[in-house]
Design a protein around this ligand. Structure first.
Ligand code: 4NP
Length: 153
C-alpha cells in the first residue's frame, strides 16, 4: 500500500500529515509506504516550515529532514491512495490523475471522525494556533485512516 499526502506547498500540511501518519502506521505495524508532495513547485527542495516542524515535534514526530517536491502524473499511477488536504488540491490532483486514476484521489479528512471539517485549512499566513489546529485534524484523520487499513487487512 502506497499513500501520498498532498497540499499546495508541501512545507506545512502534507509533510505534517506524512510524519503523523508514519508514526501511527509504525505504532500499529502497518506495512505502508508514505510520501508527500505539493501541487505547486514553489517550495521544491525546501525543508518544512519551522512552525510545521515544531507542531509535529509537539506530537513527538520529527519532520525536519523532509524536503518539498511537486506531485506529478507518475505519482498518480505509483500510489494507491492520494490524499488531498483541501478541495483545491483535490481538483488539481484529479486533473493530474485523469480518468484512470481519479478514484485514488480523496480528501484526507474523509477519514477523520472527531471533526466535522473536510478541509485542512492552509496555515501558512496565520499564526501558531493555526498549526495546532492542523495538527489536531491530521491526528484524527491519521487514526481513522489507520483503522480503515487495519479493518481491510
Ligand atoms: P502548505 O502551505 O500547502 O500546507 O504547504 C503553504 C505553503 C506555502 C504557500 C502556501 C501554502 N505559499 O503561498 O508559498
Amino acid at each position: 500500500m502506497r499513500i501520498l499526502f498532498v497540499c499546495l506547498g508541501n512545507i506545512c500540511r502534507s509533510p505534517m500529515a506524512e510524519g503523523i501518519f508514519r508514526a501511527e502506521a509504525e505504532k500499529r505495524n502497518l506495512h505502508v509506504e508514505i510520501d508527500s508532495a505539493g501541487t505547486s513547485a514553489w517550495h521544491v527542495d525546501e525543508a518544512p516550515d519551522p512552525r510545521a516542524v515544531s507542531a509535529a515535534a509537539s506530537a513527538g514526530v520529527d519532520i525536519s529532514h523532509l524536503r518539498g517536491r511537486q506531485a506529478n502524473a507518475a505519482d498518480m499511477a505509483d500510489f494507491d491512495l492520494v490524499l488531498a488536504m483541501d478541495q483545491d488540491n483535490l481538483h488539481s490532483l484529479k486533473r493530474l490523475a485523469g480518468p484512470r486514476h481519479a478514484h485514488k484521489v480523496r480528501l484526507f479528512l474523509d477519514f477523520a471522525r472527531h471533526h466535522e471539517e473536510r478541509e485542512v485549512p492552509d496555515p501558512y499566513y496565520g499564526g501558531e494556533e493555526g498549526f495546532a489546529h492542523v495538527l489536531a485534524l491530521l491526528r484524527d484523520a491519521a487514526q481513522g485512516l489507520a483503522d480503515h487499513l487495519q479493518e481491510r487487512s
